[in-house]
Design a protein around this ligand. Structure first.
Ligand code: C2E
Ligand code: CA
Ligand code: CA
Ligand code: CA
Length: 275
């Protein structure tokens, strides 16, 4: 029995080491990937529910690694956060998304907003507001052309500092969205005090609305709550016509999901606008 226990420990130890090693390797590749320009953005259109026109795009990070091929953001974003690499990567995303916004403006589409995801760690960095301001100026765009998506988790760590920075961004004219609403550390108590104009309902809520009457009621209540607080409401992960019809009827403002389009390469996003 003693022998078996020891083998077991050995196995445990070696698989732990292996996982730690793989993590370290991936983090190294991530750093090198940034230097080598292996990252790019995809853009998923958002549509007005009422008339099905494009109102914006969400920029989503993609990594085509020379060693691993395509790596999902669900896998590399957490590593980038742990290692701090999310700061330079996030900076690159900010500049790239602003460049795309400039391209939209140059083609007469200034009213179409470009949303990007910001990690808690980025928002917490001291010069974040200055970086946003600088990127906007460098790209020569209006602050209202961009939208910053944050998640509720930022408020666990540093409510006061986060709200302060978000207020500064709002005052510049940048649009702010609360992402993945409903799954985090919620919600109602502080929602009122946030300077956020857009509420994004998480996909997990949308998934069940056509089969589950209670879920439908919950989503309807979230939409009403958002409107009561003067926010516009986006549903994400909308995959079926049935979900789309239900959300439109419930008064949801904007729709994002496969029912309309998957995330697109920049050129495909531009040509979608011309249709
Ligand atoms: P998210 O911000 O919640 O983004 C929405 C995710 O849902 C995207 O996955 C998108 O491709 C996917 N999606 C959109 N519509 C549908 C649909 O109808 N059905 C299904 N099944 N999925 C849909 P993606 O691109 O893999 O991104 C995953 C997550 O990675 C994002 O979730 C976000 O949290 C993070 N992420 C992506 N880009 C960035 C970035 O530039 N910076 C940071 N910090 N995080 C990012
Ligand atoms: Ca998002
Ligand atoms: Ca989301
Ligand atoms: Ca999500």
């Amino acid at each position: 029995a003693k022998q078996a226990g020891r083998n077991c420990w050995r196995f445990y130890k070696s698989s732990m080491l292996k996982a730690a090693y793989e993590k370290m390797m991936l983090t190294n590749r991530l750093r090198r990937g940034l230097e080598r320009g292996e990252f790019y953005l995809y853009y998923q259109p958002q549509f007005a529910a009422a008339d099905r026109r494009i109102v914006g795009f969400e920029a989503l990070l993609r990594w085509n690694s020379s060693d691993y091929g395509f790596v999902s953001p669900a896998r590399f974003i957490p590593l980038a956060e742990q290692s701090g690499l999310i700061l330079p990567i996030g900076q690159w995303v900010l500049q790239e998304a602003c460049r795309f916004a400039r391209r939209l403006a140059d083609s007469g589409q200034e009213h179409i907003q470009v949303a990007m995801n910001i990690s808690p760690r980025q928002l917490m960095s001291e010069d974040f507001v200055a970086c946003v301001r600088t990127s906007i100026e460098a790209a020569g765009i209006k602050p209202g052309q961009i939208e910053i998506e944050i998640t509720e988790s930022v408020f666990i760590e540093s409510m006061e500092d986060s709200v302060h920075k978000l207020c500064q961004l709002r005052d510049i004219g940048v649009n702010l969205a609360l992402d993945d609403f409903g799954i985090g550390y919620s919600s109602l108590t502080y929602l009122r005090s946030l300077p956020v104009g857009i509420l994004k309902i998480d996909k997990s809520f949308i998934d069940k609305i056509s089969s589950d009457e209670v879920q439908l009621q919950v989503v309807g209540s979230i939409i009403d709550l958002g409107h009561t607080l003067g926010m516009s409401v986006v549903a994400e992960g909308v995959e079926t016509e049935e979900q789309l019809a239900i959300l439109t009827k419930a008064g949801c403002d904007h729709i994002q999901g496969y029912v309309f389009s998957k995330p697109l390469a920049e050129e495909a996003a531009m040509s979608l606008l011309k249709q």
